[in-house]
Design a protein around this ligand. Structure first.
Ligand code: XMP
Length: 326
């Protein structure tokens, strides 16, 4: 099996040509490793698992089984996008599971951030394992491990990757991008023909909107969060900030304030805008968003999203504020 150490002679993949050479080499290696057996992959729609999926589809086609678990905490349109790109355009062997009710029922009334994370992580493994057991003839597990994961931990992705497959499913790992840095994964993804927006997607935490719907998650507040976040992303796309800002999102606390709409008292939640720049997520600075854009976002969110009556801007760098609110 291949090594977990990047050779010093390995050239940084910066061009489509270098990406193509890497892809050809990996396609051959994966075919040799896998033979005619089946490979399972948890496809979250994030950059790493998407690039691995595209690479494996190229190498082994329908021998790859992608499982996309929608935990109900995805951003607007994300699961639909996975189905569109992988299920339809790339004609992948894709199993889509809408587990929204399972996750939200378990999370009902839970307000402690780390407990929420644990529930989401454990349930993800549970749902994925249930699906894995239903599939016949799986011999390999593909993972979107990248080189920083190996450098920073023991090689297993800490957050949302599958950490505990059933004991009786002894699966060998397939990790074709494990020696690549993030920028290289993106170049490879584009060379594989994945959409630019998917390959240059901003980081999104494994627990998803679950850690941005602050405190105990309710379906109505989660819905408002998803809609407000979609408006923020759309406006950032329109004005070019999406290409410039490292991470940007809305968080909604479990607090209501008084407002007025159509001459009537209108109680609602505040939507908090967070837009930060960073290199490694250890420290972060605040992006200065032009006021006209802030006004437009505020106007759209307060008029288009049911339940929100104020828009606030978080100006706190990290430290002292973490990037996420919980
Ligand atoms: P913080 O909030 O610690 O976030 O400043 C740093 C980066 O990590 C992401 N983050 C997570 N990612 N699971 C993840 O996969 C998590 O539980 C989690 N918590 C924070 C955060 O979005 C930011 O990019």
């Amino acid at each position: 099996m291949s090594t977990n150490v990047r050779p010093e002679t390995m050239e940084r993949i910066t061009t489509p040509e270098l990406a193509k050479a890497f892809i050809d080499e990996q396609v051959a290696e994966v075919r040799a490793q896998v033979g005619d057996k089946k490979v399972l992959l948890a496809l979250s729609g994030g950059v790493d698992s998407s690039v691995v999926a595209a690479l494996l589809i190229k190498a082994i086609g329908k021998q790859l089984v992608c499982v996309h678990v929608n935990h109900g905490l995805m951003r607007k349109g994300e699961s639909e996008n996975v189905i569109e790109v992988f299920g339809k355009e790339l004609d992948a062997n894709l199993v889509y599971i809408d587990a929204t009710d399972r996750f939200l029922d378990l999370l009902a009334g839970v307000d402690e951030p780390e407990k929420k994370r644990k529930i989401i992580g454990n349930e993800f493994i549970e749902v994925f394992n249930e699906e894995a057991k239903k599939l016949e003839g799986i011999a390999f597990l593909a993972q979107g491990t990248i080189y920083p994961d190996i450098l920073e931990s023991d090689g297993v992705k800490a957050h949302h990757n599958v950490g505990g497959l059933p004991e009786d499913m002894k699966l060998e790992l397939v990790e074709p991008v494990k020696l690549l840095y993030k920028d290289e994964v993106r170049v490879v993804g584009e060379a594989l023909g994945l959409p630019h927006a998917m390959v240059y997607r901003q980081p999104f935490p494994g627990p998803g909107l679950g850690v941005r719907c602050l405190g105990a998650i309710t379906r109505d507040r989660l819905h408002a969060l998803r809609e407000a976040d979609a408006i923020l992303r759309e406006e950032f796309d329109n004005c070019g900030l999406a290409e410039k800002v490292w991470q940007y999102f809305i968080a909604i606390p479990d607090v209501k304030s008084v407002g007025v709409r159509n001459d009537k008292r209108y109680e609602g939640w505040p939507a908090i805008i967070r837009a930060v720049n960073t290199k490694d997520a250890m420290t972060a600075t605040i992006e200065e968003i032009p006021y006209p854009i802030l006004h437009k976002i505020t106007d759209r969110i307060t008029h288009e999203v049911e339940g929100i009556n104020r828009v606030l801007l978080d100006l706190t760098p990290k430290p002292i504020g973490t990037i996420e609110w919980e």
